[in-house]
Design a protein around this ligand. Structure first.
Ligand code: NAD
Ligand code: DAU
Length: 333
């Protein structure tokens, strides 16, 4: 099977490529990635010589690139991980999000239609449903996105819906909760806090840290996408959650205690505009089909901390240059 993974040089995509190559040595992976600030070939250093793996630098928002890859690589499946993904950056620069998350998705869908690709999986987020104070979002919940990031992801997902209904394309859409684990860019809560604390810097907590997210270890998400690739029903939408809900302050305290540090290392900073209070998913649909998360939250966070401690060669260079400019704009103005 020839699988095109877009955005495979990012956090979740690179973990997924490693997972597939290990489990299915006869599958061929083509990784199409623009290498934005979040794309990093160091994420895949251990598999760059694998004969079943090929990297192509390219932009999904460029229609010609997408069609060239689909025409010449005889792609059976497309899995779209490529996106602008950081909510805070979407507040500073929404246009980049619309370009990749909406136009990029549209180009892929057009390519799937033109070249009769057998399956397309859209990797998306629970944030498209908006915020929920009580209860859980099902796959039938309406889209109420509150940030330019979630609105642009919702735009891509709605295009998927329309291509299922109008052109009967073989599409599966997934909405997952927050991921964490190795190779996550150190701008997201867990890797930012771990790496800051390892560098003797404070953890910049928004407001009182009462916001709630549902957290899934990235390898559990890989298993879920592998499961849907082989057993998911075409034309369907699936929520992918762990059921583990945590306030940001609880996660902060867990990281601090694992590192032997106290709460004086927390710095309360100004809150994110439009900050969603809580996300929570009803994941019974995918569970009924046979998938279950396997990793325990505290153990997997400990493993993640260990990974960042042992791999500062990976994250230290990322926290300079453009990142520092972003960090200053975000936290120091
Ligand atoms: P990431 O930011 O780590 O990586 C995104 C990757 O996409 C990078 O390699 C980047 O270079 C690439 N990319 C960006 N624009 C591109 C373009 N125009 N053309 C080609 N490549 C491009 O992202 P992530 O956290 O790994 O998220 C992957 C996917 O999972 C995204 O679609 C995101 O919306 C979704 N998701 C993420 C989470 C999470 O907690 N991280 C949760 C739910 C869903
Ligand atoms: O829910 C899935 C989504 O999870 C994905 O679709 C997004 O791509 C991913 O970035 C993530 O979005 P969040 O906004 O939930 O993740 P983030 O790590 O940015 O923030 C998690 C929580 O921590 C949120 O309530 C904001 C808070 N936070 C975040 C940062 C970066 C802080 O308190 N301080 C920070 O410095």
């Amino acid at each position: 099977m020839n699988i095109l993974i877009t955005g495979g040089a990012g956090f979740a995509g690179s973990n997924f490529i490693r997972h597939i190559l290990k489990k299915y040595p006869d599958y061929k992976i083509i990784n199409l990635d623009k290498l934005t600030y979040a794309g990093n070939l160091d994420n895949l250093k251990d598999i760059e010589g694998n004969a079943s793996y090929e990297f192509i630098k390219g932009d999904i928002a460029d229609e010609r690139t997408v069609k060239k890859v689909l025409r010449f690589k005889k792609i059976d499946v497309v899995i779209n991980y490529a996106a602008e993904t950081h909510v805070d950056r979407s507040i500073l620069d929404p246009a980049a999000f619309v370009r990749t998350d909406v136009l990029g998705t549209h180009n892929l869908l057009e390519g799937v239609k033109e070249f009769a690709v057998g399956k397309y999986i859209q990797i998306s987020t629970d944030e498209v449903y908006g915020s929920i104070a009580k209860g859980k979002f099902t796959e039938e919940s309406p889209f109420r996105p509150n940030s330019p990031y979630s609105a642009s992801k919702a735009g891509g997902d709605l295009l998927c819906r329309s291509y299922i209904k109008t052109y009967n394309l073989p599409i599966i859409v997934t909405h997952a909760c927050n991921f964490y684990g190795p190779y996550q860019y150190p701008e997201k809560l867990i890797p930012l806090f771990i790496t800051n604390l390892l560098e003797d810097k404070k953890a910049p907590l928004y407001g009182e840290g009462k916001n709630i997210r549902e957290w899934i270890y990235v390898l559990d998400h890989c298993n879920a996408i592998d499961f849907l690739l082989h057993k998911g029903k075409l034309g369907q939408v699936y929520n992918i959650g762990s059921g583990v809900e945590k306030q940001n302050i609880q996660i902060t305290k867990l990281i601090l205690s694992e590192l032997g540090l106290g709460s004086k290392m927390i710095e309360q900073v100004k809150d994110r505009p439009g900050h969603d209070l809580r996300y929570a998913l009803d994941s019974s649909k995918i569970k009924k089909l046979g998938w279950q998360p396997e990793y325990k939250f505290e153990e997997a966070v400990r493993e993640t901390i260990r990974w960042y401690k042992n791999n500062d060669w990976w994250w230290k260079p990322l926290k300079s240059g453009e990142y520092l400019e972003y960090y200053k704009k975000q936290y120091l103005t």
